[in-house]
Design a protein around this ligand. Structure first.
Ligand SMILES: NC(=O)c1ccc[n+]([C@@H]2O[C@H](COP(=O)([O-])OP(=O)(O)OC[C@H]3O[C@@H](n4cnc5c(N)ncnc54)[C@H](OP(=O)(O)O)[C@@H]3O)[C@@H](O)[C@H]2O)c1
Length: 226
């Protein structure tokens, strides 16, 4: 069966990805910052849990080395942060901004880079990152949210370049908007629940080929304008 590596798999969308892929018999390599506190994840059959804070690039490299003999069919860069809520024009926390860019943008690149050999060795050859419509210029009708919006817009740019650079290896790179989902980040007023979002994203990932690589899609497969 194929192998999927998922970051931030202890709760929210990451946990649901792990549950659904494991439920279909995939081998799950799930990472989270605190495996001891991830009882639900550890309780899933067929999922091995590794400690990983994606902000720690040495830890990313160590995990990649530990898994050197493991081909990965699908790498899901799911872990992410929203940063400080609000972030209006007169209330920008520049230190927090740098930290969010590190997690949501730069660490996603480092992860993809570190695991390129594993993905190249897999049959599936897919990399998917969880971005957001909030990173879309075309969709920005309400302003504000400088930190989160810019981190996801930058992530989109990074994934577009990556898709071009790895096309010759047959690797498909996707930027996915999960919808507004009821998780800790999305809050209780989200429009959909994690099973619906993840079921949709899994279909988008499964259906994608090199023609879709470098694209920005929502969980229903609709292209999101940049
Ligand atoms: N929910 C939505 O409506 C929505 C909409 C658009 C995009 N997204 C994106 O979807 C992804 C998942 O969101 P979610 O709703 O599931 O969020 P969530 O419930 O807040 O979960 C976020 C996950 O990311 C992990 N994480 C954060 N920083 C990390 C780090 N430095 N190293 C390792 N793990 C880290 C968290 O781990 P800890 O438990 O250790 O904090 C947690 O597992 C994110 O990239 C988010 O931006 C979500």
């Amino acid at each position: 069966m194929p192998t999927v590596l998922i970051t931030g798999a202890n709760r929210g969308l990451g946990l649901e990805f792990a549950r659904q892929y494991a439920g279909e018999g995939w081998r799950g390599v799930a990472t989270c910052r605190d495996p001891d506190g991830a009882a639900e994840l550890r309780g899933l059959g067929g999922v091995e849990v590794h400690a990983l804070d994606i902000d720690d690039f040495s830890a990313i490299d160590r995990l990649a080395a530990d898994l050197a003999d493991t081909p990965i069919d699908l790498l899901i860069g799911n872990a992410g942060v929203y940063g400080p809520k609000g972030c209006a024009l007169d209330d920008v926390d520049y230190h927090a901004w740098a930290r969010v860019l590190h997690t949501n943008t730069i660490a996603q690149m480092r992860l993809a880079q570190a695991f390129l050999p594993h993905v190249s060795a897999g049959q599936g050859k897919r990399i998917a990152v969880l971005t957001s419509k909030m990173g879309s210029m075309a969709d920005n009708g309400s302003g504000g949210s400088y930190i989160y919006r810019s981190s996801k817009a930058a992530l989109n740019a990074v994934m577009k370049s990556l898709s071009i650079d790895v096309a010759s290896r047959g690797i498909v790179v996707l930027a996915l908007h999960p919808g507004w989902v009821r998780t800790d980040m999305g809050g209780p007023h989200g429009l959909i629940d994690p099973p619906e979002s993840v079921t949709g994203m899994r279909r988008v990932i499964a259906d994608a080929g090199l023609r879709q690589s470098g694209g920005f899609f929502d969980y229903r497969g609709a292209e999101v304008p940049w």
